[in-house]
Ligand binder design. Structure first.
Ligand SMILES: C[S@@+](CC[C@H](N)C(=O)[O-])C[C@H]1O[C@@H](n2cnc3c(N)ncnc32)[C@H](O)[C@@H]1O
Length: 272
């Protein structure tokens, strides 16, 4: 039996081979380490104004930010190689953290902090400036954001604690954002609920959770690869939030935006 299990188990070598020969296969999270191409991701999602998933976030995030209390620390969980949510919060929080699971993405974030990244964020920055209502502010956005960034952390939504804190960083955030992450790294509804709980535990009581994602979809593609996405409905997503101690129904503390199957929600964590 053990021998059979060993033969069926997918080895790192087999993953590399499957990935190289991938002819339209939908890759799941087990392939992230080898298949997630940081440069291709940035190019496919962050160089085109018309990219709908990002347009959705950039359209509504400034409104959400404007409604939240000022100060404290925020973390973009599963940020990938992206800085844009930190940019949206640059004036409203005191400290910004980025967290991601993959080393290639954390390396890109560190390169950006050190001004060594080759990626040109200007298309995204101009879009954010446009929604913030100050067209020329994009020129100073990266510097303003860098001045608030305190670290790039490792995270894994399937673990508790889901964020690895260095010894000099206190636990807990006033605001956690996460976009297009949880449904890509969970394979079942149980895992999705667990991931939301693990992330929500890192929010201080009374803090805020802002999540963007895709409803009723099973895959997305970038960099010429297809990645699996957990099929979730709006009602299931809201249940996962409620079960994690987040408000999903209070009109005063919850904002929910939806466009063409994509959503952006801001929910408050219950105060103890
Ligand atoms: C589709 S990307 C989204 C990146 C970014 N948030 C954005 O909106 O462009 C999904 C991200 O989930 C991260 N990820 C993969 N497995 C994860 C896990 N177990 N826990 C947390 N994040 C994970 C990947 O590293 C990747 O950066």
């Amino acid at each position: 039996m053990e021998e059979l299990e060993q033969r069926l188990a997918i080895t790192e070598e087999k993953k590399q081979e499957l990935f190289r020969n991938n002819l339209g296969l939908v890759l799941d999270r087990d392939f992230f380490h080898v298949a997630f191409n940081t440069d291709a991701y940035l190019h496919d999602f962050y160089t085109q104004l018309e990219e709908p998933a990002m347009r959705m976030v950039h359209t509504y995030m400034p409104t959400i930010v404007a409604k939240l209390p000022k100060g404290g620390r925020m973390c973009d969980f599963g940020a990938g190689p992206t800085i844009h949510l930190g940019v949206c919060f640059r004036h409203s929080v005191d400290e910004i953290f980025f967290a991601d699971y993959l080393p290639q993405n954390r390396n890109e974030l560190v390169r950006w902090i050190n001004k060594e990244s080759n990626f040109d964020w200007s298309t995204v920055l101009r879009t954010i400036a446009c929604h913030e209502g100050e067209m020329n502010s994009w020129l100073t956005m990266e510097e303003e954001t860098r001045s608030k960034v305190r670290g790039v952390l490792h995270c894994d939504c399937l673990k508790d604690p889901s964020i690895e804190y260095p010894t000099d960083v206190a636990e807990g955030f006033d605001i956690i954002t996460t976009t297009y992450c949880v449904e890509y790294c969970t394979k079942t509804e149980e895992e999705y609920k667990l991931a939301i709980k693990n992330i929500a535990r890192q929010i201080k009581p009374g803090g805020y959770f802002i999540m963007g994602g895709i409803l009723e979809e099973t895959w997305c593609s970038f960099g010429g690869r297809k990645f699996a996405c957990l099929y979730i409905t709006e009602e299931f997503m809201l249940t996962a939030l409620r079960d994690a101690g987040l408000t999903a129904d209070d009109e005063k503390t919850t904002s929910l935006y939806q466009v063409n199957g994509m959503f952006l929600i801001c929910a408050k964590k219950q105060p103890h």
